[in-house]
Design a protein around this ligand. Structure first.
Ligand SMILES: NC(=O)c1ccc[n+]([C@@H]2O[C@H](COP(=O)([O-])OP(=O)(O)OC[C@H]3O[C@@H](n4cnc5c(N)ncnc54)[C@H](OP(=O)(O)O)[C@@H]3O)[C@@H](O)[C@H]2O)c1
Length: 217
C-alpha cells in the first residue's frame, strides 16, 4: 500500500510553470514531517487531526506552531526505518538543488528518459510505476511510501489499487494553475481533518482520506 500527498486549490489546481503556485509554510512543514516520520500516527495530535472536526475557528500559523511546540519530538528516521517519496521527473526538477534529495527519505524518480538506477544511495530512478512499487515493496527498511506528485504521477497513483490513503491539503482559494489534480470520485472517504489555518490571507486545512478496506498507517 502507498499514500498520495497533495495540496490543491478549490479548482484542484496543483502547479504552475513547473512550480507550486503558493508558498505556505505550514503545508511545507506538514509535508516534511508526514513524509519523514516513520510512524504517521504521531502527527495526529501535532496537527490536531480529528474525525469530523467541528471547530469553526481559523488558526494563524503562529497559533498552530504554539500548539505544536510542546508536543514531543517526532521520532527520527534511522537506517532501519525510513519512508520513501516517489515523484515524477518534472517534480524532481522543480525541487531547488539545495533541497534535493529530500533528506532522511528514499527519493524515487519516475522517468522514461533518465537512465534507471541508484544514485548517491538514496536516489532511485525507475522507468515505470509498477517497477517502482515492486522494488519499494522489497525494501524491508521502508515504513511508508508516499507518492508526492506531480499531475501525471498523481493520475496514475489515484487509480492504482494499492493507493490506500490521500493526505490532502485543501486550499480554500483559487490560484492560476496549469496542472490539475485527477479526480478520485467516491473511492476515498475522509477519516480525519485539521482545524483551518490561515497564512497571508489563504485558509487551508489538512484532510486524511482512506480507501475502504485499506490498512495503510
Ligand atoms: N500541489 C502539489 O501537491 C504538487 C506536488 C508535486 C508537484 N506539483 C506540481 O506539479 C507540476 C509537475 O507535474 P507534471 O504533471 O507536469 O509532471 P510530473 O508528474 O512531476 O512528471 C512528469 C514526468 O514523469 C515521468 N513519468 C510520468 N509518468 C510516468 C510513468 N508512468 N512511468 C515513468 N515515468 C513517468 C516523465 O518523465 P520523463 O519526461 O523524464 O520521461 C514525465 O515527463 C509542477 O508545477 C509541480 O510544482 C504540485
Amino acid at each position: 500500500m502507498f499514500s498520495v500527498v497533495v495540496a490543491a486549490d478549490k479548482r484542484r489546481g496543483i502547479g504552475r510553470d513547473g512550480a507550486l503556485p503558493w508558498k505556505l509554510k505550514g503545508d511545507m512543514r506538514w509535508f516534511r514531517e508526514l513524509t519523514t516520520c516513520p510512524d504517521v500516527t504521531q502527527l495526529w495530535p501535532r496537527y490536531c487531526l480529528d474525525q469530523g472536526y467541528q471547530d469553526k475557528r481559523v488558526y494563524t500559523w503562529e497559533e498552530l506552531t504554539a500548539r505544536i511546540k510542546p508536543a514531543p519530538e517526532l521520532p527520527a528516521p534511522y537506517p532501519g526505518a525510513r519512508n520513501a517519496v516517489l515523484m515524477g521527473r518534472k517534480t524532481w526538477d522543480s525541487l531547488p538543488t539545495r533541497f534535493r534529495p529530500l533528506p532522511d527519505r528514499l527519493n524515487g524518480i519516475l522517468s522514461r528518459a533518465l537512465p534507471p538506477g541508484v544514485f548517491q544511495g538514496s536516489q532511485h530512478v525507475w522507468p515505470s510505476f509498477p517497477e517502482a512499487l515492486t522494488e519499494l515493496s522489497r525494501d524491508p527498511t521502508l515504513r511508508n511510501v508516499f507518492v508526492v506528485g506531480g499531475g501525471e504521477i498523481f493520475a496514475e497513483a489515484l487509480r492504482h489499487p494499492e493507493c490506500g490513503r490521500v493526505y490532502f491539503t485543501d486550499i480554500e482559494a483559487e490560484f492560476t494553475c496549469d496542472t490539475v489534480l485527477a479526480e478520485w470520485g467516491e473511492a476515498f472517504r475522509e477519516i480525519a481533518v485539521s482545524p483551518r489555518l490561515e497564512e497571508a490571507g489563504t485558509t487551508y486545512r489538512f484532510r486524511v482520506l482512506e480507501k475502504a478496506g485499506s490498512q495503510t498507517s
